[in-house]
Design a protein around this ligand. Sequence first.
Ligand code: MGD
Ligand code: MGD
Ligand code: MO
Length: 771
Amino acid sequence: MAENKKQEGRIEPYHHAAAGWGALKYVAINLFKERVSGVNYKSLFAQNQPDGFDCPGCAWPDREHASTFEFCENGVKAVAAESTSKRVTPDFFAAHTVTELLQQSDYELEQHGRLTHPMVYDPASDKYAPIAWDDAFKLIAEELNALDDPNQAAFYTSGRASNEAAFLYQLFVRAYGTNNFPDCSNMCHEATSRGLPGTVGIGKGTVTLDDFEHADTLLIFGQNPATNHPRMLGELRDCAKRGATIVSINPLRERGLERFTSPQHPMEMLTMASTPISSMFVQPKLSGDLALIKAMAKRLLELDDRAVLIGMKRLLDIDFITEHTTGFQEFARDLRAEKWSVLLEESGVPRAQIDELVDIYVRGERVIATWGMGLTQHKNSVATIQMLSNLMLMRGNIGRQGAGLCPVRGHSNVQGDRTMGIEEQPTPAFLDRMQQVFGFEPPRHHGYDVVATIAAMQEGRVKVFVGLGGNFAMATPDTPLTFKALESCALTVQIATKLNRSHLIHGRKALILPTLGRTEIDAQNGVPQGVTVEDSMSMVHISYGLNKPASPELLSEIAIVSRMAEATLGGASQLKWQAYRDDYAVIRDDIEKVFDDFYDYNERVAKPGGFHLKVASREREWATTSGKAQFVPHQIELDTPIRRARAKYGKQLMVMMTTRSHDQYNTTIYALDDRYRGVFGMRRVIFINQADIDMLGMKAGDWVDVESVWEDGVARRADGFMLVAYDIPRGCIGAYYPETNPLVPLGSVADGAGTPTSKSIPVLLTPAAAS
Ligand SMILES: Nc1nc2c(c(=O)[nH]1)N[C@H]1C(S)=C(S)[C@@H](COP(=O)(O)OP(=O)(O)OC[C@H]3O[C@@H](n4cnc5c(=O)[nH]c(N)nc54)[C@H](O)[C@@H]3O)O[C@H]1N2
Ligand SMILES: Nc1nc2c(c(=O)[nH]1)N[C@H]1C(S)=C(S)[C@@H](COP(=O)(O)OP(=O)(O)OC[C@H]3O[C@@H](n4cnc5c(=O)[nH]c(N)nc54)[C@H](O)[C@@H]3O)O[C@H]1N2
Ligand SMILES: [Mo]
């Protein structure tokens, strides 16, 4: 790939607070110089307003969707990227073969702008050519209906699809006959969605924004909000100003979590003042959180024992534990039996710091624990999240004001898509309801997630791939193998707003179907339609686009899905596809029939701010098998691929995390800077401890090649990365995704969640081969 060349850039450590003028400068550039064309600047200020659109930037909630304009660099970038004046037209495709386009970097592909016409791949010219919408749907129908079995098709979803689009998509796919729903969530918060039901009964967070106003202690695990959830940082600033204690648990010392200047507060901007955010920074080893949290629980238990002995107030919330939980005795037994030496060794955190952390935890009357990808993309992720839930249960920190679990999701509607049934492991109750409402027998056996889909393609068991958004080829692990898998398909269909590499890594037949973005007016028969989304705190609200569509040819996702369904299912389908796309309220009426919690959907979503979906655990109702919240003990696994690799290669073995830079949105590269980490104009870097650079006999600024160590005999490498000395534990390194995805073995996944372990890849570094 074109990116495999050395980039010219500079490293310049960042000494300012996060956000502030740097962020404002970025917005100014985006607004006035670079790309926004539609001249509807209003749209930039309409994100997350009661009558505007839901920000496509991230899933962090808004204050009732009703506050004054909330400035967010992330949101502006996402909106600007969607509102670009540049277009990828049939002329553009006529001028470039696919082979030529493949030479361009992801950054270059993104810069070409918005897709304007449905296109079909022509093997004779190796180019995409225009195709009429009807013919595109006919082609899809033919290929789907030619399969021996509906399970030979897989239907991917990225987390921007609205509730309505996602609901229709799953309705179509289940009526067609499969549960093969790989989705971006499989690579994201799957460990949360699979872990929490076993402890608190539902795989969602238990807090709302109001709880942040009452929390006195916040534990931020494995998250980089300054870059990925800037509005969360605003919330943390307010907590810090109120005197709340904020602890950051992250191997990499993220500068953006240290200080924050609020663009919402003119005085901070004018006086260059900033608010310190984290009062304490704990740096576990990569994947060391399970041991760290277990160590916290053990220490808490020991302190409680001591309190009992000397007749002081208990540190455990005994009333809560007795009334609301099961499994505590067994959990406590396991904690007592666990060796401190193992916990210290595996977490990489010194005992004194663990004690200090537990002091902070028990001083907190109302504690919120938040987490991101730093906890979810490891082999032990499900266990880690359950252990965090255990720790919170010990002091009754779930289901009361100012306290709770707060997984911070990524894509703006990734949580809603799962609620709507984008789920390869649907429950029997949900399928029964689908059958009752729609009158067909949905498939009952579980389908493929992302990793299983790729494996099935490799083995020829999946032959048709449809992507509702996203960039499957780049977001997924084991890039060269995944490319081959996609190329082996009979048909690949990509429904997208902008050109990306997944459109170029295609099956024998291939379609690119351009769609409206959320910022654009979606009029059906002249009537503007709204779509609904659910944020990370289970608030559901409606979103209306304001901008003129990028091209008159674009269809909404709902129109595409419903017409694909009509073409494929034909007369046999009794479903009212036409009515759905004519009026999205009709889709909501049917959603309400399937999900009781969506009662009076249209009425409730019409209110400013929308409504909160009930999260039972928030109300201390436990939808678990026992009807109570469950303590779940977990062993620290000592025979893991990483430990085996370390035994073999010693100190040379590095564990690599792959993460986001400031100027990217997942696989979309907006620009080449990572402001808070001090990287400018380049992406091929490795953050590494200076002592490890010395150990390798190299210097900061030297270039290395990276090879992953896995036990399946496949050579995986990514070459040409510059070493950057950084505050990160020894033996741990960081680099950006997607460039490093060729290093993630497909078979390396989170136990019980199937998430690729993209934050803990065992690798070796060698001096770069001369280039
Ligand atoms: N600007 C921007 N915003 C985004 C996105 C984007 O790409 N760009 N992506 C969106 C999406 S889909 C998502 S899921 C979210 C992702 O947002 P985050 O969850 O913040 O994801 P990452 O950037 O991958 O970084 C996670 C953090 O985890 C830390 N970490 C890595 N390994 C470990 C570990 O073993 N333990 C601990 N404690 N920490 C660890 C890293 O140092 C890093 O600070 O952001 C969303 N918002
Ligand atoms: N190594 C490594 N791999 C990772 C991660 C990691 O941290 N490390 N993170 C994982 C995570 S958390 C996630 S969520 C996935 C992300 O995986 P994806 O969701 O597949 O990837 P994105 O980059 O978000 O998708 C961007 C594309 O979506 C299309 N798009 C944008 N808006 C719309 C829209 O409104 N409608 C439609 N139809 N298309 C649209 C555009 O064409 C754009 O090119 O990547 C995962 N992969
Ligand atoms: Mo994500």
